[in-house]
Ligand binder design. Structure first.
Ligand SMILES: NC(=O)C1=CN([C@@H]2O[C@H](COP(=O)(O)OP(=O)(O)OC[C@H]3O[C@@H](n4cnc5c(N)ncnc54)[C@H](OP(=O)(O)O)[C@@H]3O)[C@@H](O)[C@H]2O)C=CC1
Ligand SMILES: O=C(CO)[C@H](O)[C@H](O)COP(=O)(O)O
Length: 486
């Protein structure tokens, strides 16, 4: 396929990677009156964009990256929407060759934030701005209004902000796009957004499983339950799509779609990155970790094959009792666990922001997640309010809106986690969230014993509850002697 050589400087902005997201974002920009240059390794993708959607606005198809760059008005702005890793590296390298100081490269893929930091540092010498921008909303959101999380220099945001804000989702008259912070900040918060997404999805799936296998409910009955939860604090996009999915019937078999789809849930890495980064900054995110492991477990063919054959009957003990009360209990457990998962994600962002000196505004971040993105949910308004009232809030659970709901849901939360264990229906994200909460509220934790063990075998020292300093016990001596080490 050949395209006519484009007019130089005829496009306001360009997109490299005209796949699922690139096509939608190019259309969104064009619909808002921006002329969009398009480049993809595959000319066919670019041609399809122009043929199918050319009537929606101005597209400038290009066949090579130098042509693409030449088609951009100066200072040039190019958005990359290709797979993370090598394809992004090679695209950045080619753009760098053709671009000039003052131009802006925006990587909008799901990129590891440390890669963004490295690319931004490498490009800094050239005078080309590098913006690592998280984007969320999937194909539909990118078309009708995504949530966007750009990192990078303030100067670059002044140039690209108005254009991005014009195509972002709008909530209460505010665009779901704001400058997040320097270098890797935008990609970091998008990664944690996805970690929270993993947790929210897993929690919903656990609620479904407890109703389906535990209470023996039909799929359409559960669909109706989820539809009714939309009227509660659980109102969210993920509850909406769950309701829709549960109402869907497989055309070929006439069975509920959820019964014919393979239960292997895939992952592209952002959940695992969130967990790894949480380990690095020392912040516990067990709901996100369990959600990530749940996907790995679902794909653990060999282990599942062996263990499912073990002669342990019954595999599932039905949950008995008043069904309406049990459904309400599952709803409350879901709300409390969901609050925990979001609190964990925000804790992680807060700590990374301190460590990296990103100065991320959690209130503004919560506001841009209210629309456009996959985790959009009514209660993000309350998260924003909590951080407006106390920007350095050590935990969302310290805010009264959240603590009151946790207190209200707590008895049901405990009951549901106990039922999960006795019925044999795994609810790892429910259970780990509750354990996280109980850990944080414990005045004294058994890690006192862990620290004693560390000192015993490795002379790692310890603090005392009754006086300052670091101490070590000479465990090998008889009688034992305590030494003060500093
Ligand atoms: N899908 C989603 O919901 C979301 C995706 N993202 C992120 O956005 C990025 C794009 O995702 P998505 O649109 O789903 O992926 P797709 O695979 O649909 O699109 C990627 C496009 O980039 C093209 N491409 C690959 N390598 C190059 C290259 N070196 N130069 C130019 N074009 C190239 C591909 O062509 P070809 O097919 O010929 O290889 C394809 O057309 C990813 O980083 C993804 O993680 C972010 C948010 C949401
Ligand atoms: O970024 C996204 C949504 O916010 C993408 O859809 C991403 O692919 C989701 O992650 P995974 O594929 O690992 O489920």
């Amino acid at each position: 396929m050949t395209f006519q050589t484009p007019e130089p400087a005829s496009a306001d902005i360009g997109i490299v990677g005209i796949g699922v997201m690139g096509t939608s974002l190019a259309r969104n920009l064009a619909r808002h009156g921006h002329a969009v240059a398009a480049y993809d390794l595959s000319d066919e993708h670019v041609a399809k964009l122009v043929t199918n959607y050319g009537h929606e606005g101005t597209f400038v198809p290009t066949a090579t990256l130098p042509e693409f760059v030449a088609a951009l008005r100066s200072p040039r702005v190019a958005i990359i929407l290709v797979p993370a890793g090598n394809p992004t590296d090679s695209t950045v390298a080619s753009l760098e060759e053709a671009m000039e100081p003052g131009d802006i490269i925006i990587d909008s893929g799901n990129t590891l934030f440390t890669d963004t930091q490295e690319r931004a540092a490498a490009l800094a010498e050239t005078g080309i701005h590098f913006v690592g921008m998280g984007i969320s909303g999937g194909e539909e959101g990118a078309l009708t209004g995504p949530s966007m999380m750009p990192g990078g220099s303030r100067e670059s945001y002044e140039r690209i902000g108005p254009m991005l804000e014009s195509i972002a989702a709008q909530v209460d008259g505010e665009p779901c796009c704001t400058h997040i912070g320097p270098d890797g900040a935008g990609h970091f918060v998008k990664t944690v957004h996805n970690g929270i997404e993993y947790a929210d999805m897993q929690l919903i799936a656990e609620a479904y499983d407890l109703m389906r296998r535990g209470l023996g409910m039909e799929v359409l009955e559960i669909r109706d339950v989820f539809a009714s939860w939309k009227e509660t604090e659980l109102d969210s996009y993920l509850i909406d799509i769950t309701t829709d999915i549960l109402g869907h019937t497989d055309a070929e078999t006439g069975r509920p779609f959820v019964d014919i789809i393979s239960d292997r849930a895939a992952q592209k890495g952002t959940g695992a990155w969130t967990v790894k980064a949480a380990l690095d900054v020392g912040i516990p995110v067990p709901a996100i970790a369990e959600a990530t492991f749940a996907r790995s477990l679902s794909g653990a063919e060999a282990e599942r094959g062996v263990i499912s054959q073990l002669d342990v009957d019954p595999h599932v003990e039905p949950i008995t009792g008043d069904r309406a009360e049990l459904v309400d209990a599952i709803r409350d457990a879901l709300l409390a666990s969901k609050i925990s998962a979001y609190a964990q994600g925000f804790d992680e962002i807060q700590q990374a922001s301190i460590d990296e000196q990103w100065h991320i505004d959690n209130a503004a971040l919560a506001r841009i997640w209210r629309g456009g993105c996959i985790i959009r949910a009514g209660f993000l308004n309350y998260i924003s309010d909590a951080y407006i009232a106390h920007p350095d809030l050590p935990s969302l659970l310290g805010d009264s809106w959240f603590s009151e709901r946790i207190a209200r849901c707590l008895p049901a939360w405990r009951g549901v986690v106990a039922l999960s264990a006795t019925s044999g229906i795994p609810a790892p994200a429910f259970g780990s969230s509750l354990a996280w909460y109980d850990g944080l509220r414990s005045e004294r934790l058994p890690t006192a014993l862990v620290q004693s063990q560390r000192d015993y075998f490795g002379s790692h020292t310890y603090g005392r509850v009754d006086k300052p300093g670091r101490f070590h016990t000479r465990w090998e001596l008889d009688p034992r002697v305590e030494e003060q080490w500093d």
